[in-house]
Structure formats: structure tokens, C-alpha cells
Ligand binder design. Structure first.
Ligand code: SF4
Length: 142
């Protein structure tokens, strides 16, 4: 599967280590793919800052480079605060580009889970059981 990743611009200096590790381990948002299926990153970019203007254009380059699915990075789910545009991004990309969108990349780190589980954002986390994974996996991604 050829994958494009769009990250939250607030974390634009992120080196991508957790996302790439999760791809390698088929963890979190990548656990939906069979372990036997090779995963290849063909595009990686930020949304370019609120309200995410790059989301309108960057999928085109990812698709040109072979992307078959676009993942919205986990940072959008556990950011401070969570991105308010995730649903819109998904609807827009799927409608405009005809490519599936998956919310999330690496498992949610335990340190973030501990904060969000007592906040209203818990409701957002609960929408993504693949990202919640298990306590052990969350600790591994701290
Ligand atoms: S909160 Fe959403 S729109 Fe704002 S920078 Fe992050 S991903 Fe982009």
C-alpha cells in the first residue's frame, strides 16, 4: 500500500519517527493493513497551518506519486487542542480526490492518553480504537 501522510502544522518540526515506526510495525492507524502487506511512504507534508490550506492541494502530488490512501497524522487527534477540521479534511479529500482517508498514524502515546482521558477530547480518542491500541503499546510509543 502506498501511503501519503498529512501532519498538523503545529508539529511541523516533527521528525516523523513515530509515524515511520508505526508504518514499519503495522501499528496504530496502520494496523488495518495485513502484516504481510508492504507499506510505502510516498508523500509527507503539513496542512500548512490553520485552517489547513495545503489539504486542498497536497493530495494531488501524493496521488501523482502513487498514493492509494492518505493518513491524517495522530498529532491532529491528540494535539493541543485536537484539530477541529479533521472531519472536513476527510470529506474534502475523499470527495475531491476519490481516495480513502484514514485518521491516525502512530498509536496514541500513553502520556497523551493520560491527559486526554479526563478531558472532553476523550470522546475523540474513543472514535479511534486502532490508535488507542493497548496500554502496553501506548507506553511503547511514549
Ligand atoms: S489544528 Fe488542524 S488546521 Fe490547524 S494546524 Fe493543526 S492540522 Fe492544521
Amino acid at each position: 500500500m502506498k501511503i501519503g501522510i498529512i501532519i498538523c502544522d503545529r508539529y511541523r518540526r516533527c521528525g516523523g519517527g513515530k509515524c515511520l515506526r508505526a508504518m514499519r510495525e503495522h501499528a496504530g492507524g496502520f494496523s488495518r493493513y495485513p502484516k504481510s502487506e508492504p507499506l510505502e511512504l510516498v508523500g509527507y507534508s503539513t496542512c500548512d497551518g490553520c485552517p489547513g490550506g495545503n489539504v486542498e492541494y497536497v493530495p494531488a502530488e501524493m496521488i501523482k506519486n502513487g498514493a492509494e490512501v492518505i493518513h491524517l497524522a495522530t498529532g491532529m487527534v491528540v494535539g493541543y487542542p485536537p484539530c477541529p477540521y479533521m472531519d472536513y479534511f476527510t470529506t474534502f479529500i475523499e470527495k475531491r480526490y476519490g481516495i480513502p482517508v484514514v485518521t491516525g498514524t502512530h498509536p496514541i502515546p500513553e502520556k497523551y492518553y493520560r491527559v486526554h482521558k479526563d478531558l472532553p477530547s476523550r470522546r475523540i480518542l474513543e472514535q479511534f480504537p486502532d490508535l488507542l491500541a493497548t496500554p502496553k503499546i501506548r507506553e511503547d510509543y511514549d
